[in-house]
Design a protein around this ligand. Structure first.
Ligand code: PLZ
Length: 449
């Protein structure tokens, strides 16, 4: 498709500007949308019907030549920026050498190198092993398999507002019915849900909330029946809920005292997103197993479980695997992405993004009265939208603000069990001038409500 604006390549070389040449979506996107509707299952949702031809730095360029500010990173995936140079170079080299062998049939170095990197980068300096998969949900499924095999127990504890995927077991682990679970049951058994720490809504300190959750586990399941406790250190789809200080460490201590495997799902929070390599690092939490995906490979599909060697090695030989898990092209991308993160200190970049966003959003909160809470860590930032003067969730205003931002060429995402959270996940390569421009547009959208 030819464009009015020359777009020869993606990546950071793209003009870092917001540019609207047509309405959003423009006519070419509308044509493609008609083809999509006629060919793609209606069950696959969509945030914004603009069709993308190039992306990089902090922008997405569509088929109509519009350049949109990317405040979503494809749901926390392109942390290193879209088409990041080291990712592109590593993928091009690998794809020309060989595309697939199946690691379980004839192995290759890239898979091992990714596991070595994960073992070194994830929290804790104990002996670790990793295994690679294709998607976040698949990593979570395998973490549960490993915890069950290691403990010979069955129960798995998950949390309110938790999100872990769309496969059968991970739907069971996920809290929210619509759209993830509705009409798709029955779900996997032996999954139990306990309350999260949600300071804005429960008014409890982290340790108090931990005591409440642990009380429920003891009374309703029995610690000796629990294989694993699985938690996102910051709930992602649930609305960027940052638990009270001390909540996670108390859960880890309880798990350790009771022979329960503590699994941190860092699929959304990982790889520099929160201003550290992993969100667990913030409170010095050392999980037994950690699941990663999304940001790991700069946009190529890859996921992993990393954890204590004795747990990871407790599974019988052949018990873990899959045709594509740790595909060589995805592994090359991951090694390139990790280099980008190191080279450009993207953890520090995430902190700087948070330092720009959070004070500005607090000012917007004062002016608008509709933002019940501004929260997050690093470049994982959200606002919880409420009816002014109350704590009542306001999903309608949240959707209206998102729509207004989209129309102005700013790609924002929503989240939250009540659909009342506007969340921001810019690429960590977002130039500051675009971040500020996006915030200006977000402010206008709120003040127009
Ligand atoms: N665990 C913490 O955030 C994926 C889902 C988007 P997959 N989150 C985005 C949607 O509507 O499907 C996620 C996550 C956490 C697990 C997953 C699942 O990762 O790669 O989507 O399977």
């Amino acid at each position: 498709m030819s464009l009015d604006v020359a777009v020869t390549t993606g990546g950071p070389a793209l003009a870092q500007e917001r540019r609207l040449l047509t309405a959003v979506p423009g006519p070419r996107s509308v044509e493609l949308l008609a083809r999509r509707t006629a060919s793609v299952s209606a069950g696959v949702g969509g945030t914004l019907p603009v069709f993308i031809v190039a992306a990089g730095g902090g922008v997405l360029v569509d088929v109509d030549g519009n350049s949109l500010i990317d405040m979503g990173s494809g749901i926390a995936v392109t942390n290193v920026g879209n088409a990041a140079p080291r990712v592109v170079e590593a993928v091009q080299r690998q794809v020309a050498e060989f595309t697939h062998t199946c690691f379980m049939v004839t192995p290759y170095e890239g898979y091992v190198a990714v596991c070595e990197a994960l073992n070194a980068l994830t929290p804790g300096d104990h002996a670790k092993r990793s295994a690679l998969f294709n998607s976040g949900a698949e990593a979570v499924e395998n973490a549960v398999k490993i915890a069950r095999a290691f403990t010979r127990r069955q129960a798995v504890v998950a949390f309110e507002h938790g999100y872990h995927g769309r496969t059968n077991l991970t739907m069971a682990l996920t809290a929210k019915n619509m759209p993830y679970k509705h009409s798709f049951g029955p779900f996997a058994p032996e999954v139990y849900r306990v309350p999260l720490s949600y300071p804005y809504r429960d008014g409890l300190s982290g340790p108090e909330a931990a005591k409440r959750a642990i009380g429920r586990i003891d009374k309703e399941i029995g610690a000796e029946n629990v294989a694993a406790i699985i938690i996102e250190p910051i709930a992602g789809e649930g609305g960027f809920i940052v638990p009270g200080e001390g909540f996670l460490p108390e859960l880890v201590e309880y798990a350790r005292a009771n022979g329960i495997v503590f699994v941190a799902d860092e699929i959304q929070t990982g790889f520099c997103r929160t201003g550290d390599w992993f969100a667990c690092d913030h409170e010095g939490v050392v999980p037994d197993l950690i699941t990663t995906a999304k940001g790991i490979a700069g946009g190529l599909p890859l996921a992993a479980v990393t954890g204590r060697a004795e747990m990871m090695d407790s599974v019988h030989v052949g018990g873990l695997g899959g045709t594509y898990g740790g595909n060589p092209v995805a592994c090359a991308a991951a090694l390139g992405a990790i280099e980008e993160m190191r080279e450009h200190d993207l953890a520090a970049a995430a902190q700087r993004i948070g330092d720009v966003m959070i004070p500005r959003l607090r000012t917007i909160a004062e002016r608008s009265g509709r933002l019940g809470e501004v929260r997050g860590r690093g470049a994982m930032v959200a606002v919880e939208v409420v009816v002014p003067g109350t704590c009542e969730p306001d999903a309608a205003t949240t959707a209206a603000v998102a729509r207004a931002c989209h129309a102005e060429g700013v790609v924002v995402l929503t989240a939250g069990t009540d659909g009342n959270v506007l969340r921001f996940l810019p690429p960590l390569t977002m130039p500051e001038h675009l971040l500020v421009e996006a915030l200006d547009i977000i402010e206008r959208a709120f003040l127009a409500q």
